[in-house]
Design a protein around this ligand. Structure first.
Ligand code: CUA
Length: 339
């Protein structure tokens, strides 16, 4: 009796673990972003459908094989440990049939994968071009037809295809926004093409998907999908020259920016700052985040970043500049004014 109770407790424990695993998995799926199982683009949907198709086939195979295995183990187990079961070489008909069935299953998966790749690989002819450059550790987005360069936040109009030309300034990175489908390596000296189209307005999170150094995990990005009208407004604002500082503190910040190392690495259109190493800051105040999506773009966070960048993004190429608190406050006022 005690043995039966012990066995029941064992099964209950395994049952709980068995329920926990799909529970955790489903919770992950339910999270709004980012998941390839919550697609918001035609390409993402095609990929998610392919995933479910392959998952159902393989889950069916798993259930079938495990059922037959359990049946064989229980039905043909040795009841008397001293008798040797009859030794046979096998069953030709069974072996041929399960080999054929496996080959057919793989052929179907191959054909469906091929079909999805063919249907989603070529960008539509009217796609808006954007050049994506991966840097250690941030993303640069250049809209060649619009004359806009920005960082870490790709803004695109809803329902319109975008053709991304993906490359890198240093090591191999990988551009990946799970809900929009596709993933593309960013390779120095090479241009790979990936296209996107988002059908639902919103903010979609992305992440560099290729180990690229100490802050690989901190190399995030966002895609802001907005209405056509909002996109036009954004384009006009981004094309405008940088705002002139008006407040005395912001004017002081401008002086600090132009006299310190900042100018060597950053561009602010219409000013002497024309550096190309770090992100273009012409409209940095209009972005929702700073430091490759690590921090909300608030004055407090900007001050933290300016005080000690490597403390927030380990390995950051922007060093600790040794700015005084007064200089930091002035810079925060200036940079925040660059809407
Ligand atoms: Cu860039 Cu990982």
């Amino acid at each position: 009796m005690a043995r039966i109770r012990g066995a029941a407790r064992g099964w209950a424990r395994w049952g709980a673990v068995g329920l926990l695993i799909p529970g955790v998995w489903l919770t992950g799926c339910a999270a709004q972003s980012p998941s390839i199982l919550a697609p918001v683009s035609p390409k993402g949907r095609a990929e998610a459908e392919l995933f479910w198709f392959i998952f159902l086939i393989t889950a069916g195979v798993f259930v079938l094989v495990e059922t037959l295995l359990l049946y064989a183990v229980l039905r043909f187990r040795a009841r008397d440990p001293h008798t040797v079961p009859p030794q046979i070489h096998g069953n030709n008909a069974l072996e041929i049939s399960w080999t054929t069935a496996t080959a057919l299953g793989l052929a179907v998966i191959f054909a469906m994968t091929w079909r999805t790749m063919a249907a989603t690989s070529a960008p539509p002819a009217d796609a808006m071009p954007v050049k994506v450059t991966g840097h250690q550790w941030w993303w640069e987005f250049e809209y060649p037809t619009l004359g806009i360069t920005t960082a870490n936040e790709l803004v695109i109009p809803v329902g319109r295809p975008v053709r991304l030309t993906v490359t890198s300034a240093d090591v191999i990175h990988s551009f990946w926004v799970p809900q929009l489908g596709g993933k593309m390596d960013a390779i120095p000296g090479r241009e790979n093409t990936l296209w996107l189209q988002a059908d639902v307005e919103g903010v979609y999170h992305g992440q560099c998907a290729e180990l690229c150094g100490v802050s690989h995990a901190n190399m995030r990005l966002r895609v802001r999908v907005v209405s056509d009208a909002d996109f036009q407004r954004w384009v006009e604002a981004q094309r405008a020259p940088a705002a002139q500082p008006v407040e005395p503190l912001a004017q002081q910040g401008y002086q600090v920016f132009m006299s310190k190392a900042c100018v060597g690495c950053h561009t602010i259109n219409g000013t002497p700052a024309q550096g190309k190493v770090g992100p273009n800051l012409t409209h940095v105040g209009s972005r929702t985040t700073i430091a490759a999506g690590l921090l909300e773009n608030t004055p407090e966070n900007l001050a933290r970043w300016l005080d000690n960048p490597p403390a927030i993004k380990p390995g950051s190429l922007m060093p600790r500049l040794g700015l005084t608190p007064e200089e930091i406050q002035a810079l925060v006022a200036y940079l925040s004014s660059l809407k």
